[in-house]
Write a new protein. Structure first.
Length: 306
């Protein structure tokens, strides 16, 4: 996989020269039954941004991805992809699920698995056309899977399976690429190769939103980090946050002292403890935060380091 440059874009406003954002979410409320998971969530992603989405289990990351793909109907608010509703624009959204969500014991080859990414475009009972195979083979080439195109998917390694899922998403030629824990169960060389390809795609104008628990990988891969805790409550350039600040925020607590390490594998340093809010006892982040920020306040890197 060839390397590319990362397109930086850390603001939640359209980038210079970008009149139309790829993704615009305004005042979104969504959940399951009477349980609201996302509350007054707003986010704008512009072409070429590579954004890491952080948050603890149950914070709303999966709910957000489902809503963007049109699989979950919001209670209120709006989601626009390329200026259209999420359901209308689904053909331009590529989705890379977690590996365990794909049926790897199904008796198909790599190229056929990648073709399943075009099912929405082709239809369930129609044969792929030459144009469909051209797009599939292009996706296989970009992910270095052409030598494996005729191999049964059940014989693939973890890293190869992750590349199949990415090729499957690229087969739709997406404008918006959604990644759900893409680095889980892959080795370091595969992670590095995938990161290079993600950056290359971003450089070509593809907007990427990556949901992940891996703070280190998010900082190393993404240009911008957003944190969800019911609402969007953390947003800034990846380079402006320390791993300790992010770890403390994700786990809903502050650093105990200036320079004290709370991150996995972190070391003591001189960064001041971040003023990052936490949800109330019932888990509702719409209340005031421990640091006294008002409801819906979005923590910036400057506040985190204050």
């Amino acid at each position: 996989m060839s390397k590319g440059t990362t397109m930086l874009g850390s603001k939640n406003d359209p980038a210079p020269g970008s009149e139309n954002p790829t993704l615009s979410i305004q005042n979104l409320y969504a959940g399951y039954g009477r349980r609201a998971v996302l509350r007054d969530f707003s986010l704008t992603l512009n072409p070429g941004e590579f954004v890491g989405l952080l948050g603890a289990n149950g914070a709303g990351k999966t709910t957000l991805l489902r809503a963007i793909m049109g699989l979950l109907h919001p209670a209120s608010g709006s989601i626009r992809v390329l200026g259209s509703t999420a359901r209308t624009a689904r053909a331009r959204i590529g989705y890379v699920p977690q590996k365990h969500q794909f049926q790897w014991d199904f008796p198909i080859t790599v190229k056929d698995a990648v073709m399943t990414g075009r099912t929405r475009e082709i239809g369930w009972f129609r044969r792929p056309k030459t144009a469909d195979w051209v797009k599939v083979f292009h996706a296989l080439e970009r992910t270095d899977l052409m030598p494996l195109k005729n191999r049964p998917i059940g014989e693939l390694s973890g890293g190869q399976r992750q590349r199949v899922l990415l090729a499957r998403a690229l087969a739709v030629e997406p404008a918006l690429l959604l990644l759900d824990e893409p680095f889980t169960g892959v080795d370091a060389p595969t992670q590095s190769a995938l990161t290079g390809l993600y950056r290359q795609l971003a450089g070509e104008g593809v907007t990427i939103l990556m949901s992940t628990h891996d703070i280190v990988a998010a900082q190393e891969s993404c240009s911008r980090l957003c944190g969800v805790r019911g609402s969007l409550s953390l947003d800034g350039k990846a380079e402006d946050f320390s791993p300790q600040q992010l770890y403390a925020w994700v786990h809903g607590r502050e650093l105990e002292g200036e320079g004290e390490s709370t991150g996995k594998g972190g070391s003591a340093g001189t960064n001041p403890s971040p003023k990052i809010g936490v949800p109330s006892a019932d888990g509702d982040s719409t209340g005031s935060t421990r640091q006294g920020h008002p409801a819906g306040h979005r923590v910036t890197p400057q506040e985190a380091a204050a």
